[in-house]
Write a protein that binds this ligand. Structure first.
Ligand code: SLL
Length: 257
């Protein structure tokens, strides 16, 4: 039905690539005393951003202003925080806080009224502690943790709008997303699995970035896994046929004896 939003464009779907997640840094010991809560050990930012990063920016993602289709992002923090449900009505869609513990953050995205879309939810585990600790540093001191740089935990996702209203579709197509770079312009690993302090040293001060290469590698991993499943299935099917033949043979042997 036509209304001020136009008609629904049936059979069309359009998506926008986003990331959500957090970065966190350790608060130096000398700074902690001056905080309202002296037991807070980390400073962190949770955010919803466009997937592509701005050139030469030290922010993960965020090249595009998403307010052309996002009206509000609500970050629901742990109940230990004052006013835990934080509404952000304009970009950047993020909340920065200090604290001592990790917890689950509910992220609710509300779209502009022209979209007539329902709000969507993401859940993000606030990550404060490093993914891996260099083997040679069993118990890193705050100094070492600070030197290792911020901890990053980001998830790539695509918000898909199916059968969008014509007016909303026009708004979306007027704002094409910045494409992801073909490969990383910054040599920073997303997770420092089996990191050595040399690897940490190499990545210090760097900022991770989503790329088309990462997208491609993920597709390749899925393809390889699919092939493995098919090969395994074939192998077990052959075994089954063998066993059934053997069963037949034994049955016949039994009958004729
Ligand atoms: C834990 N289940 O035990 C989690 C809870 C709560 C985090 C973490 C500070 C709040 C405040 C804060 O970091 N809360 O005092 O403002 O690890």
């Amino acid at each position: 039905m036509a209304n001020e939003r136009g008609v629904r464009v049936r059979g069309t779907s359009i998506f926008r690539p986003i990331i959500y997640g957090n970065s966190a840094t350790i608060i130096p010991l000398e700074e902690r005393a001056s905080l309202a809560s002296a037991d807070h050990t980390h400073r962190w930012t949770v955010a919803v951003r466009s997937a592509a990063s701005a050139p030469d920016s030290n922010i993960v993602g965020g090249a595009d202003d998403l307010s052309y289709f996002i009206k509000r992002v609500t970050f629901k923090l742990h109940d230990t925080y004052p006013n835990p449900s934080r509404n952000v009505d304009k970009p950047p869609f993020e909340v920065s806080e200090t604290g001592w513990g990790e917890f689950e953050i509910q992220i609710r995205i509300t779209f502009i009224p022209e979209s007539s879309e329902k709000a969507i939810f993401f859940y993000h585990h606030l990550k404060l502690h490093p993914w891996t600790i260099p083997a040679e540093l069993e118990a890193p001191t705050p100094d070492v943790a600070i030197a290792s740089g911020p901890v990053h935990s980001w998830q790539y996702d695509e918000i898909v709008f199916s059968d969008p209203y014509q007016n909303f579709l026009n708004i979306l197509t007027a704002h094409p997303p910045t494409p992801l770079p073909k490969s990383k312009s910054k040599p920073v690993p997303f997770n420092l699995a089996h990191a050595t302090s040399a690897a940490l040293e190499a990545s210090k001060g760097g900022v991770p970035e989503f790329t088309q290469l990462m997208e491609k590698e993920e597709a390749e991993r899925l393809e390889t896994a699919k092939k493995t499943v098919v090969a395994e299935t074939d192998k077990w099917r052959a075994t089954l046929i063998e066993k059934e033949k053997e069963l037949e043979r034994l049955k016949k042997q039994l009958e004729s004896s």
